[in-house]
Ligand binder design. Sequence first.
Ligand code: T3D
Length: 265
Amino acid sequence: MSAAFQSIVLEVSEAVATLTLNRPERLNAFNEAMHAELREALARIGGERSIRAMLLTGAGRAFCSGQDLTDRKLAPGDTPRDLGASLERNYNPFVLNLRALPLPVVCAVNGVAAGAGASIALACDVVVAARSASFIQAFSRLGLVPDCGGTYLLTRALGAPRALGLALFGERLSADQAANWGLIWQCVNDAELMPTARQLAVRLARGPTRGFALTKEAIYAAEQRALAAQLELERDFQRELGHTRDYREGVSAFMEKRAPQFKGE
Ligand code: T3D
């Protein structure tokens, strides 16, 4: 799959769709055109059964600096833009669509992730960051609230004290500290970022895709549900997965003392 996008790059190989935010001169800030392309790219990725994992990263020295603020400059007397409408139209569907993709999404945070850029990175399923990367809740510097799930993701991962500290002070959180706090999966040396993230994505793309999709769904659902309801969900998912070819293959491979060859079916 190749597509003529301007603000992003979408490449597929070894069943991994790599989506690169590609406005490096603005540190990959989001604008309307990029949102439209991201919508189309996610729809293609979700609709293509041969794609079994996604890798999200940024071009150049940053991951993403959030909303493009050159599109938000107001002259005296201008009517303020409806930021709620912007979230409703662009950002919120993007976060929900990322979470709803029935395949694992790895994020390779190659540099600074600020504002919506930080939230989008943290909304991915497996987050690996370069040691020089950082996360900034830049919203407070603008008088805004963390969005794109920032209040939800930070609070669930870190608890209110650290979520509030990050959101109120808007200071840089290093990749090392993010990993130490359990906000991300892994922090690696800069040179190892893309090889590591790629290796993780390829490994996931060779896994039991349906099982991974339901694992993702169950773990995110667990954030809202009581144990009894979660046990029922696991029962239903396990019932479905017990009928897949991948489960059959997993059991056969175990019995035959060989590595399983999952097909994502
Ligand atoms: O509006 C809505 O729809 C609601 C949704 C809001 C979601 C949000 O994301 S709000 C938060 C928006 N983002 C920010 O506030 C972050 C702004 N950027 C920064 O604070 C800094 O650039 C960074 C901390 C990310 C990086 O700093 P540094 O020193 O490494 O780089 P720099 O020199 O500031 O930036 C390099 C260039 O990128 C520079 O352009 P220039 O001077 O070389 O022509 C800078 O203006 C540009 N740039 C960086 N971020 C943005 C940007 N241009 C437009 N929008 C940006 N967000």
